[in-house]
Write a protein that binds this ligand. Structure first.
Ligand code: UDP
Length: 273
């Protein structure tokens, strides 16, 4: 797998098929394989924090969860680098289907108590044969959750605590949960599966405008307003950094070209002396 460097965050799945292949293989071993889902906001947040970057880069699989990441790869490296975005929520649903086929047990950790329970019920109804062996909300004791997961015999753990809490939790606890094959950090996925939050429509997703939906979906008067404001700031920071990196590369290329021309000019003239 080739790493695609997006402002210091290394994406290592260029399309959905390669991401699914990696998770399928991970389900065959008890190795605590971690899947993180960097999007533009997350990378924007990492720009002034090297520790956060290395947290994301510690996962075995880092998928481009966001149209902005795919667009940035095109701006920086041309068309082939990341051919499509791979959303965590869709990859997670594929993993649940595989779990049902292979009789693997899944644990849901995160979100508010009602949401975690409702998401587990909804997905069990939607995917025949799926075994959700337990769930825990994201606001209780972390030590108790680790014990609950170990006792449940989970093979797969989905963690929805928001970035970077969920990523750090996985990295800090996977050594205590040696029977788990796969961990996925999935942000607001349980909110969507439970029906608490609606995902953007297909057209908006296709146009790469899911971020706009998330920011405007339930107005600006709710408790989430401060987070939305911060998300917009991180998005702007991300876009500026991508464009300034592109500009720097271009200036570098132009100055290299001018230098080569200059050397060529000198050599040609020396030849005439
Ligand atoms: N959450 C949680 N515990 C916490 C903080 C957040 O369970 O201490 C949950 C929250 O209820 C929500 C999810 O984590 O369901 C965060 O979703 P969001 O889309 O905001 O994720 P982010 O954009 O931060 O990755």
């Amino acid at each position: 797998m080739v790493d695609i460097d997006i402002l210091g965050v290394n994406i290592n799945a260029s399309d959905r098929a390669s991401a699914e292949k990696q998770t399928d293989e991970a389900l065959c071993h008890r190795s605590g394989y971690a899947v993180f889902t960097p999007n533009s906001c997350m990378i924007g947040k990492c720009l002034r924090d090297e520790k956060l970057k290395s947290v994301i880069n510690s996962a075995e699989l880092r998928i481009p969860d966001g149209a902005g990441v795919a667009v940035a790869s095109r701006i920086l490296y041309g068309n082939g680098a990341i051919s499509e975005r791979v959303t965590g929520i869709e990859l997670a649903e594929t993993v649940l289907k595989r779990a049902a086929e292979k009789n693997l047990r899944v644990f849901f950790y995160g979100a508010s108590p009602y949401v975690a329970k409702r998401a587990a019920e909804q997905m069990s109804e939607r995917i025949g044969g799926l075994c959700i062996c337990g769930y825990a909300d994201g606001y209780g004791s972390e030590a108790e959750v680790v014990k609950k997961i170990a006792d449940s015999g989970a093979d797969i753990v989905f963690v929805c605590l928001g970035f970077p809490k969920q990523e750090m939790w996985i990295l800090q606890n996977r050594d205590k949960l040696l029977n788990v094959r796969l961990f996925m950090a999935l942000g607001g996925t349980f909110d969507v599966w439970s029906g608490k939050v609606r995902r953007a429509g297909k057209v908006m997703c296709k146009m790469g405008l899911e971020w706009l939906w998330r920011i405007t979906a339930d107005g600006f008067s709710s408790v989430g307003t401060r987070k939305k404001y911060k998300d917009v700031r991180y998005l702007v920071r991300f876009s500026n950094a991508v464009l300034s990196k592109k500009l720097k590369n271009m200036v570098g290329d132009i100055s290299h070209f001018v230098q080569m021309k200059y050397v060529h000019f000198i050599l040609t003239n020396m030849g005439q002396i």
